[in-house]
Write a protein that binds this ligand. Sequence first.
Ligand code: OTN
Length: 458
Amino acid sequence: TAPSPVGPVPNARQIEWYHREMIAFFHFGMNTFTNDNEGDGTASPQLFNPTALDCNQWTGVLKSAGITSAILVAKHADGFCNWPTAHTNYSVKNSPWKDGKGDVVREFTDACKSAGIKAGIYLGPHDRHDSRYGTDDYNNYYADQLSELLRNYGPIWEIWWDGAGADKLTTAYYTRWADSVRRLQPNCVVFGTKNSNAFADCRWMGNESGISGDPCWSTINLSSIKNESDNISALNHGEINGTAYVPAEVDVSIRPSWFYHSEEDTRVKSLATLWDIYFNSVGHNSVLLLNYPPNKEGLISSADVKKSDSLSAMIRGTFKTNLASGATIKTLHPRGENYKPSNMVDNLEQTYYATTDNAKTDTIVFNLGTAKTFDVLMLQEVIELGHRTTGWSVEYSKNGKNWTPIPEATGKQSIGYKWLVKFKPVTASYVRLRITEGKACAAIHTFGIYKQRMLEHD
Ligand code: OTN
């Protein structure tokens, strides 16, 4: 029989969300045209005028990078709406773009649909333009816009409730809005912050630099999300005994700013930085939400496209071949035929290795057959069964007798959906995973070793 779940476990939305691994973020709005990041809400709608907007270009970039979902900023804190909402005049309706007949949300969701990409929406809770902000009338205004977006644009896979400037918005506001999300889009993931903590499927992880903690637990106490500023470390690391399952989503921009500024064309993050971000987000049991800010034309600039292509080539190249596949594997506490050790290296979604119920620790030896050179490790746990393993280390050996620790993979704690470690290349015929601590018997979905495929750095 299967191991019993332990502690908080993910809901169906969270399981789907983890499998996205990377999501693209598109900050595109009034700030794009005023060269701002935090407009004060007074800029004239006349300024919004992309000359060549093409959301199919955006989704083309994602397709070639293998990114399967994307989130568009429909309204940032300056209050300007990218779609012709019926609920304010501060929108594309009053811009020269397409004579006021344009709709960025429509073009985005249509492009996503034809590319097979899951569309999500950022509808900024904070609003500097609308004088009703912080009153009951604003609650109604936001609710109306939310249902407009959730009713008229097909499936929406994520709604993003930025906590920035949102302290006036009480739980009562979010209770109403969350009810509408759940009714209109049952599969929609909620990025929740501060007073929307109770509705959060995923959480902020405490910085905008792309670095989730080590460890990084999917569990946390909701009070840490609510009182964010006092709990940055808890957001970053999660809490091993947290009572809620709210994993981390890592929002970071490929450029210094969230919105496009031509002076940052030469400051797109280096491949080395993006590679570190990938390991510190996707590789730290989190989902990466990587921002590509479209420019004034309404296109993703060539510098960003090039970087995105290189990053995806490095990811695909590195993880193409698990050098542990085909290994002969010996463990101390195998659970039995349905949970056999080779399930860890079979590349199949449904199978995993598990230990017997009373074995929270184990020593798992992979005999690679021949010497292999590798510099990356991947571990995946069966997330449906909760966080189980809480202590692990990896060592290697030439002869299966004398073991050398990998310092970067020593004294590790969390695993979760995916944990990655990179280090200087080692050559070995044997690798061993020591599970040193657990809340319950181990359930390991994947153990992988890989050789990094690096591209020229810029
Ligand atoms: O000044 N800020 O508002 C700020 C500066 C640096 C990092 C974050 C923030 S606000 C913060 O943004 C997060 C998303 O990156 C979440 O929405 C948090 O709830 C919010 O407080």
